[in-house]
Ligand binder design. Structure first.
Ligand code: ATP
Ligand code: MG
Length: 363
């Protein structure tokens, strides 16, 4: 029986549509070649350009498409000169995260042999770890609503048992899946500041309780400052890291830096029911419309979507295609012949995506 899945697609702003089109083409061809699953796509208009022309950044009809979809694929939204009347940035992706309770931000950090990185990586080592960032509370809890007087500013750090339990359950499941597919040793590190803040001691306590339920996985802790140091000194020793919202925000940019920039950094925001997959980069208005945007982070986000759907629905063909798609991008990057400008090459968006499609045929 074919598994039919409906994907909500937010083409977004700036380079968004340019990197979405070739990504959908690749997904379409994978879907057509498979008897095990079939993907269909529902286009959801939203973003800054949509706001400029209609007065709505995330119309209810697009929210419905997202809510009813099996997964959500999003490129990038927001433009520097389009803002809400109160001057705040237009970012429907944050509205989606809130509305769909996407508590786990998943940021894989990978540097394969032959890939450029600002780090000197010892021969025989590759970087392949996942950073999981709690995305709904923590130090972002009072975002925009902290207390401010003439002489004092105050923000609150919120850690709840409910969200932390969900976060850690998700984290250990992800580590178990990585171990099963031989991508990692099954080691989970809780990144916190439990030596200074009671909130983080609480966070760690909940982590330890979840760890006890997974005797087949190893669990340890790192203070966030030490974790930042280790991410630069020996990131190849990490498997799965889990942390609070603000720490995760900072460490995920450090992770993108290890990968040589944003052009290869995919991400996912995952909840119990819903999940959004999107590149870490923004809408890059400075290069929009020129056909030179790097589509790899978007394609890698689509690969993560196939992984997630494969695990969620117990569909091995989907999970296998997710891995194949990721390998196809890694192959093109390692070969270094067809790269976009941001990666030091001269290829355009279409050429780069075609190289991935071609690599897929041989994997
Ligand atoms: P946001 O606030 O939405 O995260 P940002 O201001 O951080 O956006 P980006 O849109 O991510 O900025 O762009 C940062 C820089 O990286 C820009 O110079 C942009 O051209 C470049 N860039 C981002 N994504 C890509 C891409 N896919 N291909 C090539 N260059 C990119
Ligand atoms: Mg940014």
């Amino acid at each position: 029986m074919t598994l039919n899945l409906n994907i909500a697609v937010f083409g977004g702003d700036g380079i968004g549509p340019e990197i979405t089109d070739p990504t959908l083409k690749i997904l379409q061809s994978l879907s057509s070649a498979s008897d095990e699953y079939a993907l269909s796509f529902g286009v959801a208009p939203a973003g800054a350009a949509h706001y400029a022309s209609t007065g709505e950044a995330l119309p209810p009809s697009s929210m419905e498409i997202a809510r009813n979809a099996d997964a959500i694929l999003l490129s990038a939204m927001g433009l520097p000169d389009v803002r809400y009347a109160d001057g705040t940035e237009i970012s429907p992706q944050i509205d989606l995260r809130k509305a769909l309770t996407l508590f786990a931000g998943v940021r894989p950090v990978t540097v394969r042999a032959g890939q450029e990185s600002p780090l000197k990586i010892p021969a025989g080592k590759e970087i392949d770890f996942v950073l999981i960032r709690e995305s709904t509370e923590g130090l972002f809890h009072t975002q925009g609503c902290g207390e401010l007087t003439k002489d004092e500013a105050r923000e609150t750090l919120l850690i709840t048992r409910e969200i932390s339990e969900k976060l850690f359950r998700f984290t250990f499941e992800l580590a178990a899946n990585r171990k099963k597919s031989k991508r990692g040793p099954g080691q989970v590190t809780c990144v916190d500041k439990a030596n200074v803040f009671r909130a983080f001691a609480f966070f760690r306590e909940i982590f330890d309780a979840e760890a006890k339920k997974h005797p087949d996985l190893t669990a340890d802790h790192a203070y966030v400052d030490a974790a930042a140091l280790l991410m630069v000194q020996k990131p190849w020793e990490f498997d799965v890291l889990v942390t609070e919202n603000m720490f995760g925000d900072i460490l995920s940019d450090l992770g993108a830096g290890l990968m040589g920039g944003l052009g290869l950094a995919p991400s996912a925001d995952i909840g119990l029911e819903h999940a959004v997959f999107q590149p870490c980069h923004g809408s890059a208005p400075d290069i929009a419309g020129q056909g030179i945007a790097n589509p790899f982070a978007m394609i890698l986000s689509a690969a993560m979507m196939l992984d997630w759907l494969g695990i969620k629905h117990g569909n091995d063909a989907l999970a296998a295609d997710g891995a194949r798609l990721r390998h196809a991008v890694e192959t093109v990057v390692s070969e270094g012949r067809v790269l976009t400008q941001d990666l030091g090459g001269r290829a355009g968006t279409a050429q780069a995506a075609e190289a991935v499609a071609k690599a897929l045929e041989t994997l």
